[in-house]
Ligand binder design. Structure first.
Ligand code: DGJ
Length: 723
């Protein structure tokens, strides 16, 4: 059976194989396989298998899903890798176009299947008569279980053909295998209530998740997990799909009455058309997907590994303990009060001091100033440099809050450049938080942003930017108008990426935190050019457990910024002991956001101790594997375990107490059965088998509500993990 040779011989293991005779392509991941078959005669790319590993001979022999044959059936619905809008297809197409004459049906022909590298294959297709070509790309990174897909469109005609409008342009359709039932897991939420995990039976029909907001959104996040209803946290097959993009998006899970299920992953929601002029091209955002047989926890860990190994810009670093001024001083920042905070922050062990909103001209509250990025003349009469120098002298890095994509109508920028906003000139420009959105799809706007950002970073020796975005799009369109005016829903975020990429290239030591009013812009796209994300504006340590649980489904603790703030919490009014607040924030990238000038000496001393403990466990939390032992809300306790080499850390919380039976021991995960582990604080030793089988006897938690504990274990005998 001939297979086409791989062009570059890199020595890496082959992740993609093609059987020429049958047109079968086998993608191999660490644990599994993804198979499709190219039917050149019919112009169809049929899905064959996604799941357990199998040999090429079997992949070639597996029958595709049989077609229905009656005059009402969608013959290929749910069976194709990238269904076009044309022929006897009645499901949601992966892409949809309007040709210049207003017509839309597409007739696909297969041009070729090309192995571009040992890990990369492309199927080249084009319309039979119309000026449109598209390529389906599949890449399997050298390790892990993720398959990456994207599509490249090209207008292959001349000016006589007119433009082609891409109405819908999915990054991928991910067909799922045959199962009697399907369950969909995703997160929903809102501002200060991100990451609420929901699991629901998937009905026959179309179930859409998405954002029409121009940014990723607090209300949903661009991933979905599917299982047959039988997976648990640590067992069972789970399929996860995600989108690496930060604009509007849509994920549609489609289950047909004929028993086929698949998921379409799209950048743009309805009505975010893109125009292809003759010779024009469009490359979609990447969609990432994986299959695991190790439950939702296994899926999360596999995705975390992928993000750390292939997406994050600086995965080997540990993120510093930061201090942020926002909850302490709000807009009322000044050189004096920030220096006072910085001195206390340094004394308790913070490594990065971030001056938040309020530092620039005209910014006395949220009604004005956005766009005028020079230091506030009365709050920082000497500019920011004296503060930055003092922060550096204290041994900390200096960070600065910015919101480059926004403008207040009350700003010199808006008075000079009203046409730079995405809002349409003859429509009401809805203000949210008194601000409007600048159109980052326009090169002159991103050029301006890069210009002032690089100047501010250079002049003030800025080490870290907190990049905020505090409103969703409304009445959005590019000023030039036209049938694709709403492309800004996709292209704004691409302009943002260009600025971030350029900044990182210009300032390789600069680190960036993504923020959109908390967790409104968390996705695998932004994580390719930022180092951490501000998880939520809700800093209540109890609420955070649930938010962090949702966050962890896709994203690792390594990027999850979490602050310890004042008690009672300003948002919820809940009083929470300092220790619990720390334990909650220590589950991610620890920061402090309280008004340290009002904390007692005893609180500051305890803070310094807890920061030191965090620095000890930080490599395990940030670089280790995460096991969600007990989910919030399922019982009195919530617990998370991190495992990195010979160390394990367990954090356990009891937000509210209730009279009842004793809590069972915490059964740990991923340890080596035969090894012994020492509790680094008590000196007690246990075997891995005991810790996983019987469980870790619960530490004595303080009585009452909001009790928490932390256990550090170190392997003292034995080596390596169980196979
Ligand atoms: C929203 C962010 O999430 C907050 O942390 C803070 O930076 C404010 N914006 C400042 O306006």
């Amino acid at each position: 059976m001939p297979t086409r040779p791989v062009p570059s011989s890199t020595g890496a293991s082959r992740r993609v194989e093609l059987d020429e005779d049958s047109g079968t392509v086998l993608l191999r991941t660490d644990q599994g396989a993804y198979v499709f078959r190219v039917d050149r005669a019919a112009g169809i790319v049929r899905h064959v298998h996604w799941g357990a590993a199998l040999p090429l001979a079997d992949a070639v022999a597996l029958p595709p899903w049989s077609e229905h044959d009656n005059s009402f059936a969608g013959r290929w619905d749910g069976t194709e890798e990238y269904p076009v809008d044309g022929g006897a297809r009645f499901g949601v197409p992966a892409f949809e176009v309007r040709f210049a004459d207003g017509s839309s049906p597409v007739e696909a022909t297969v041009q070729d299947v090309v192995l571009l590298d040992h890990d990369h294959v492309a199927v080249l297709l084009r319309d039979r008569t119309r000026p449109l070509a598209w390529q389906l790309h599949y890449r399997v990174p050298p390790d892990g279980d993720v398959v990456e897909r994207w599509v490249e469109f090209a207008h292959t005609g001349t000016s006589q053909d007119g433009d082609v409008l891409l109405v819908r342009y999915a990054s991928a359709h991910w067909p799922l295998p045959h199962r009697p039932d399907w369950r969909l897991s995703s997160v929903h939420g809102g501002w200060s209530a991100e990451g609420r995990l929901q699991r629901t039976a998937l009905p026959v029909g179309e179930t859409a998740l998405g954002s029409r907001r121009g940014h990723t959104g607090h209300h949903a996040n661009p991933w979905a997990a599917l299982d047959a209803g039988d997976a648990g946290e640590e067992h069972g097959e789970v399929w996860v799909v995600a989108l690496a993009a930060s604009g509007s998006w849509r994920i549609t899970a489609q289950r047909t009455a004929a028993g086929r299920t698949g998921v379409l992953v799209n950048e743009g929601h309805e009505g975010a058309e893109l125009r292809l002029r003759p010779g024009g091209r469009h490359r979609t955002a990447a969609s990432l997907a994986l299959h695991t047989a190790h439950g939702f926890g296994g899926a999360s860990r596999a995705f975390h590994r992928h993000l750390r190994g292939h997406v994050l810009p600086c995965p080997g670093e540990v993120r510093p303990v930061l201090y942020n001024s926002w909850e302490a001083t709000g807009f009322d920042v000044s050189e004096e009060n920030q220096i006072a905070l910085a001195r206390r922050a340094a004394a308790v062990g913070a490594e990065l001091f971030v001056l938040d909103d309020g530092w620039f001209r005209g910014r006395d509250d949220d009604r004005s100033g956005l766009g005028d990025w020079t230091p506030h003349p009365t709050r920082f009469p000497r500019g920011l440099r004296p503060l930055a120098d003092e922060v550096h002298r204290l041994g900390m890095a200096f960070g600065l809050w910015v919101e480059p994509e926004m403008v207040n109508a009350d700003s010199d920028l808006y008075r000079a450049r009203p046409e730079w906003v995405v809002h349409l000139p003859d429509r009401v420009a809805t203000e949210l938080r008194h601000q409007l959105v600048l159109d980052f799809s326009r090169p002159e706007v991103t050029e301006w942003a890069f210009g002032w950002l690089s100047q501010v970073v250079t002049e003030n020796a800025v080490d870290f930017l907190k990049w905020d975005f505090n409103r969703s799009f409304t009445e959005a369109g590019v000023a030039a108008g036209g049938p694709d005016a709403r492309r800004v829903h996709v292209e704004h975020a691409r302009g943002l990426y260009r600025v971030l990429d350029r900044l990182r290239a210009e300032f390789p030591r600069l680190r960036i935190e993504a923020c959109a009013g908390g967790g409104g812009r968390v996705d695998p796209g932004i994580l390719g050019r930022t180092d951490q994300v501000w998880t939520s504006d809700n800093t209540d340590a109890v609420d955070r457990l649930r938010i962090q649980h949702g966050f962890s489904q896709l994203y690792p603790a390594h990027v999850m910024s979490a602050w310890v703030t004042d008690s009672p919490n300003p948002l919820t009014g809940r009083a929470v002991p300092l220790r619990f607040r720390f334990h909650s924030a220590m589950a991610g990238v620890l920061g402090i956001g309280g008004d340290l000038t009002r904390w007692t000496d005893a609180e500051l001393a305890e803070t310094a101790e807890l920061v030191a403990v965090y620095k000890d466990i930080r490599p395990v939390v940030q670089h280790g594997e995460q096991f969600r032992l007990l989910a919030p809300g399922e019982g009195p306790l919530t617990a998370v375990q991190y495992l990195d080499g010979d160390r394990a850390v367990v954090l356990v919380w009891r937000p509210s107490t209730a009279f009842g039976p004793q809590e069972p021991p915490l059964r740990l995960r991923g340890l080596e059965s035969a090894a012994r582990y020492r509790d680094e604080d008590t000196g007690r030793e246990w075997s891995g088998a005991t810790l996983m089988g019987f469980g870790l006897p619960l530490p004595d938690l303080p009585a009452g509500d909001c009790a928490s504990g932390m256990i550090r274990l170190r392997r003292v005998e034995g080596s390596g993990r169980d196979a």
